[in-house]
Write a protein that binds this ligand. Structure first.
Ligand SMILES: NS(=O)(=O)c1ccc(C(=O)NCc2ccccc2F)cc1
Ligand SMILES: [Zn+2]
Length: 244
C-alpha cells in the first residue's frame, strides 16, 4: 500500500509554489500551548540535535489549524546547510532558507504511542519554521549555548524550562499539506504545517549549528551540515494556505 512505503505518493519535503497554493477559508488558526516544564534534554542523534519533551501527558499540545484533534509535542530539531545559500528542507518558490525548524507532534487521541502514530496517515503533525539570516534570536541563544555539550553523536545533556513557542512567529499564516518524515523510516504520516513568516537568527547562531558533528567522540570528525533531504515530487497533492 503506497501510504506507508517510501517511494510512495506523499513524500516530503516539497517546493511550495506560492501561486499554486489554494486558500482554504475553513482552515482554523493553529492553537499552540506548550508547558516549559515538559522539556527534558538536548541530544545529538547523529542526524540533527533534538530537544525532547515529556509526552506522557497532554501538557504540551497543538490543536486547530488543519488538525482533526490535538497532538502532543514530542521533540523539535533543525536542518541546516554548510553555507547560508541552502539548508532548509522545504523551499518557497524554489528559494532555500539557511535552516528549518521542525516541531514534531503525535496524535495521542487515536494512538497509544509515538511509534504507533508514526505508521498512521494522521499520526503526526510537524510545524515547520524557516530561519533566515538577520537579527540575533535571544530565545534560540539558550539552545546555542548548550550545543558545545552535545557536539558528538549520542551525547545528551539535561535541558529544562524551555518554551519552544518563542521560536514560532506570531504571524498566524501557514501552508499545509499531507507528507512524510524526511528521514528514515520516511513514513507517510505527517500533516505538515509550514509557517509563512521566517524567524531571524544571526550568523554566529547559524555557525554554532555547523560546529556540531555527525560523528561520535573518537571517530574522524565530520561536521554536521547539509542534513536536509532533497525535494520530493508533489504528485497528486494540493498545498492549502490559511491566508489569502
Ligand atoms: N524531519 S521530520 O520529518 O520532522 C522527522 C520527525 C521525526 C522523526 C523520527 O522520530 N524518527 C525516529 C523514529 C523513532 C521511532 C519510530 C519511528 C521513527 F521515525 C524523523 C523525521
Ligand atoms: Zn526534520
Amino acid at each position: 500500500c503506497p501510504l506507508t512505503i517510501p517511494g510512495g505518493t506523499r513524500q516530503s519535503p516539497i517546493n511550495i509554489q506560492w501561486r499554486d497554493s489554494v486558500y482554504d477559508p475553513f482552515l482554523k488558526p493553529l492553537k499552540i500551548s506548550y508547558d516549559p516544564t515538559t522539556c527534558l534534554h538536548i541530544w545529538n542523534n547523529g542526524y540533527s540535535f533534538l530537544v525532547e519533551f515529556d509526552d506522557s501527558t497532554d501538557k504540551s499540545i497543538i490543536v486547530g489549524g488543519p488538525l482533526e484533534n490535538q497532538y502532543r509535542l514530542k521533540q523539535f530539531h533543525f536542518h541546516w546547510g554548510a553555507i547560508n545559500d541552502w539548508g532548509s528542507e522545504h523551499t518557497v518558490d524554489s528559494k532555500f532558507y539557511p535552516a528549518e525548524l521542525h516541531l514534531v507532534h503525535w496524535n495521542a487521541v487515536d494512538y497509544p504511542s509515538f511509534e504507533d502514530a508514526v505508521m498512521e496517515g494522521n499520526g503526526l503533525a510537524v510545524i515547520g519554521v524557516f530561519l533566515k539570516l538577520g537579527a540575533r534570536h535571544e530565545g534560540l541563544q539558550t539552545l546555542v549555548d548548550a550545543l558545545p555539550a552535545v557536539r558528538h553523536k549520542d551525547t545528551v545533556i539535561e535541558f529544562d524550562e524551555f518554551d519552544p513557542s518563542c521560536l514560532i512567529p506570531s504571524c498566524p499564516d501557514y501552508w499545509t499539506y499531507a507528507g512524510s518524515l524526511t528521514t528514515p523510516p520516511l513514513t507517510e504520516s505527517v500533516t505538515w504545517i509550514i509557517k509563512k513568516k521566517p524567524i531571524e537568527v544571526d550568523e554566529d547562531q547559524l555557525e554554532a549549528f555547523r560546529t556540531l558533528l555527525f560523528t561520535s567522540d573518537g571517530e574522524e570528525e565530520r561536521r554536521m551540515v547539509d542534513n536536509f533531504r532533497p525535494l520530493q515530487p508533489l504528485m497528486n497533492r494540493t498545498v492549502r494556505s490559511s491566508f489569502q
